[in-house]
Write a protein of this length. Structure first.
Length: 133
């Protein structure tokens, strides 16, 4: 049951709970400044921030890289950090209110950013580690 719950039921619950309606959504809906900003924040901002902080902490000796993990795996996990509904929707609700066109744009941006981060993370992490280094 675990794979079914983890990979189907929980994502569907999150999607349904977000209240995103995709029936009337076209490609133009993602071209506004709000969804573009949300997508860039999740896809680029998260990976640059998480990976940059990890890199800096490891290089200064304040932290160490996880045993058996290379830089590729660390970067891949930073990319996967762009997947997220709960906090992104919470912040969008604080910024734009819980209703209206702007919040719908936030929801679309969160959905697009999360899907993009998942796909990029998969692309980076699907290749097994050669050796840490």
């Amino acid at each position: 049951m675990h794979p079914l719950v983890a990979f189907a039921i929980v994502p569907l619950f999150g999607f349904a709970n977000a209240g995103v309606t995709v029936g009337d959504v076209g490609p133009d809906a993602l071209r506004g400044p709000v969804p573009i900003g949300v997508v860039l924040g999740l896809v680029l901002g998260k990976q640059l921030g998480v990976f940059g902080a990890c890199w800096a902490l490891i290089r200064t000796g304040l932290a160490s890289r996880p045993a058996g993990a290379g830089w590729r795996q660390l970067y891949g996990m930073a990319v996967v950090c762009g997947i997220g509904f709960t906090m992104s929707l919470f912040i969008g609700g604080l910024a734009f209110g819980e209703e209206g066109a702007a919040m719908n744009a936030v929801k679309l941006g969160v959905l697009a950013g999360s899907v993009t981060s998942a796909a990029l993370g998969y692309a980076v992490l699907r290749k097994p580690a050669q050796h840490p280094g």
